[in-house]
Design a protein around this ligand. Structure first.
Ligand SMILES: [Zn+2]
Length: 309
């Protein structure tokens, strides 16, 4: 798997700035795309990033606030203008079905593809049969009903050991492919059955990316995100505005870091910065004092997971 990355299309909270658009993060995984939140302007950032509008695509909305969901309408319309044919899957809290249905009716744009909208609950919300990932949801703590998500690569079979296969009398060729896909084969040399576990290492756990959406840090989220490779977390405020974070049901950079440490993730990426911060380096410093593996997202930043094992 070579193509596995997060693209940040919008990293501002509430209002856009010159440098930052409204919330939108995209996971590109092979030929599939998963979009987390879709604030106004997301489609323009997607075009700037060169993203295709025809791929297998699912959109996961964390909560029904305009700065996280309004961009969906324009994106859907543009997908039609590009004559998308594959169905589009949209997931979100209560209200997502009506939001799309009524806006679509009022705006009266035609669709060249089917839109399948689902209301999410905690647990697995997406696990496509032909998809190489699944997405789980958990309740977060914001001023309205809201969910956090984990993008989870499906577990992969262990590494194939060619020397083990040869020593068991299985020559290179179609029999190797059978073993690699989990089937037992008969050795043409010894006549014995060779099973996949004799030539494959331990299954490799899929990599995981957590997306908090807008939230206070909670115990429940710390356990939901436990062991994530990458955690993308609400970092609306710095230390000096911790009161605002509590009042508005957001997190400070430091709180995001404390949660990342508790959840034992490998990498924390801060996002959703208040427009009051022209420069977020102080927020990054505050977070790093708790959890050193912290970086700040910015629009059009790409974080590559393909090298992460
Ligand atoms: Zn927000």
């Amino acid at each position: 798997m070579s193509d596995f990355r997060i693209r940040f299309l919008g990293t501002s909270s509430a209002v856009p700035t010159r440098e930052r658009g409204l919330s939108c993060s995209v996971v590109q995984y092979g030929n599939e795309v998963a979009i987390f939140d879709c604030g106004e302007g997301s489609q323009r950032s997607a075009i700037a990033a060169g993203l295709s509008f025809s791929k297998d695509c699912s959109i996961f909305v964390t909560h029904m606030h305009g700065d996280h969901v309004v961009g969906l309408l324009g994106l859907m319309q543009t997908m039609s203008l590009y004559r998308r044919e594959r169905p589009l899957y949209v997931f979100g809290p209560k209200g997502i079905v009506e939001f799309i249905k009524y806006n679509h009716e009022i705006l009266g744009f035609g669709l060249t593809y089917e839109v399948r909208v689902s209301v999410v609950r905690s647990g697995v919300v997406f696990d496509g049969e032909h998809s190489k990932y699944r997405v789980r949801a958990e309740r977060s703590l914001h001023s309205v009903l809201s969910y956090a998500y984990v993008f989870e690569e499906k577990d992969k079979p262990g590494r194939f050991d060619p020397r083990a296969a040869l020593s068991l009398g299985v020559p290179e060729g179609p029999l190797w492919s059978r073993l690699q896909s989990g089937h037992a084969v008969r050795s043409p040399r010894t006549g014995r059955i060779v099973s996949p576990d004799q030539v494959l290492g331990r299954p490799r756990r899929g990599r995981r990316i957590g997306f908090s959406g807008d939230t206070r840090p909670t115990k429940k989220l710390a356990s939901f995100f436990r062991g994530c490779d990458v955690l993308v977390f609400d970092s609306t405020y710095g230390d000096q505005n911790s009161v605002n974070a509590k009042e508005n049901f957001h997190s400070t950079a430091r709180e995001a870091a404390e949660l990342a440490r508790e959840a034992n993730v490998k990498q924390l990426i801060l996002t959703h910065f208040s427009a009051r911060y022209k420069n977020v380096s102080a927020l990054v410093r505050q977070a790093r004092s708790v959890f050193p593996k912290t970086i700040a997202a910015k629009d059009q930043m790409v974080y590559d997971l393909s090298e992460l094992s």
